[in-house]
Write a protein that binds this ligand. Structure first.
Ligand SMILES: [Zn+2]
Length: 448
């Protein structure tokens, strides 16, 4: 929700040069080439996973008592009789195995209570260290891939690279760099302060030319996605979630400029008119989508745009916001917005809009991402549909369907296990006990 900014006015020239080189290399490899080299088993032995129940993320039915053979970072075989003489056996025969989960809307560089003050209280080093801890908590909770939608100071890009190098532990990260905001908009930290206090404004872009320039800068410094704040928001000061902020021409400029380098746009949208202009302009995903009328739902569906509804975060702000220092003004905005947002999500899901799982983690504590499933199902989604939103559908939105999102032979071995069947109780997904990312076991404390 609130995405903004601190600024490092004295970034070392060497760091800038290094970023340019790495961004150029990243671009040469295509923007979604996010399969990092932290893959494979330490001793090169294949791993044979004995599954109680397997929900593979495809449209097929769950299967019982099958085994999965993982070699290197890949799924090599799946079946009742699969075996390998030299394999290490991981016995998960009491558990349900699913694809590694995908969260399409995180804020790893934020943490609860930091959000509105991060820009002035925290240094870039503070932000980076807390992002590394957030990444670890997110992976431990079963999320093997995230699209991080807004971080200050390119902390998300640095984190992504550290995870790919193996110097930090976390999910595969698709980064967006600065979220674009209008002056006085959802991402303008200055809203809360006197005009005579100089505050960072690195993420502010007004007008078509400035929008194009900031998109170019984000691409230059390593963004895989472009994030725009198209309407007001809940956790910002002084603005209104029901009001559009970027004009159609500005949104279209962001989409066109992003497309020139093969990137797509994720749009923070609550207000109805903002949703419609974003869909018309060609964004790939509508984030939040709180105020959807029938026409907006029809437009989203007809254009095949994904809705990323972030249903849990609203409950969190209303129930726990004051404990985490969220100002009363913002809690009041949440109370006015969230019932509408939940209703919009239910209607959109019923109408057959494509839904991808996203949480806004960072507003609530990292690692609680799995709580989203319970709210989605409470609002009418079937558990299997909610699971697909966080696996095959999310991979489709991210353009990574050939690699992740389902457990199939030849794909990257991203797997999780939970002790109970999430089809009968979706809260089982809050109790992930086994995580494999790219063929490497990063967590296994499944009770026998
Ligand atoms: Zn957000």
């Amino acid at each position: 929700m609130r995405e903004f900014v601190g600024v490092c006015r004295s970034i070392a020239v060497g760091a800038i040069a290094a970023s340019v080189v790495v961004a150029a290399l990243a671009f040469a490899q295509a923007p979604t080439a996010a399969m990092g080299p932290d893959a494979g088993q330490a001793n090169n032995r294949p791993i044979l996973i004995k599954c109680g129940r397997l929900i593979d993320g495809t449209v097929g039915d769950p299967r019982d008592s099958v085994s999965i053979l993982v070699r290197g970072d890949r799924v090599e075989a799946i079946g009742k009789d699969v075996t390998s003489p030299d394999a290490q056996v991981v016995d998960l025969s009491s558990a349900t195995i699913l694809p590694g989960l995908i969260d399409c809307h995180t804020h790893l560089a934020f943490h609860p209570g930091s959000i509105s003050l991060a820009a002035i209280r925290e240094s870039v080093a503070d932000q980076a260290l807390s992002a590394a801890a957030a990444a670890r908590a997110t992976l431990q909770a079963g999320f093997t891939t995230v699209r991080d939608l807004g971080a200050p100071n390119y902390v998300d890009v640095a984190l992504k690279r550290a995870i790919e190098r193996g110097t930090a532990e976390g999910p595969r990260v698709l980064a967006c760099g600065w979220s674009l905001s209008i002056t006085g908009g959802h991402g303008d930290i200055g809203n809360a302060y006197s005009p005579f206090i100089e505050l960072p404004h690195s993420n502010i872009a007004d007008g078509v030319d400035e929008v194009r320039k900031l998109v170019r800068q984000d691409v230059k410094y390593g963004a895989d996605w472009i994030k725009i704040l198209a309407t007001g928001g809940v956790l910002s000061a002084g603005d209104n979630p029901g009001a559009q902020q970027y004009t159609y021409d500005e949104i279209k400029a962001a989409v066109d400029e992003a497309a020139m380098s093969g990137r797509r746009v994720a749009a923070h949208c609550h207000a109805t008119s903002g949703v419609k202009d974003c869909v018309r302009a060609g964004v790939a995903s509508i984030e939040h989508g709180s105020f959807l009328d029938d026409e907006a739902i029809r437009m989203i569906k007809d254009k095949g745009v994904y809705l990323v509804p972030t249903t849990f975060v609203g409950d969190f702000i209303i129930e726990h916001g004051s404990e985490f220092g969220i100002p009363a003004e913002n809690i009041e905005k949440a109370k006015a917005t969230i019932p509408k947002a939940h209703e919009s999500f239910s209607r959109a899901a019923r109408a057959g809009v494509k839904i991808a799982f996203g949480t806004d983690s960072g507003v609530f504590p990292h690692g609680q991402n799995g709580h989203e499933f319970a709210v989605m199902t409470r609002l009418g989604m079937e558990p299997i549909a909610a699971i697909r939103s966080a696996t095959s559908a999310a991979a489709d939105l991210l353009g990574l369907s050939k690699e992740i999102g389902t457990i199939e032979v030849g794909k990257t071995a991203d797997l999780i296990a939970v002790p109970r069947d999430p089809l009968t109780d979706v809260r089982a997904l809050e109790e992930v006990r086994f995580v494999m990312k790219s063929g490497r076991v990063v967590r296994n404390d499944m009770p026998k």
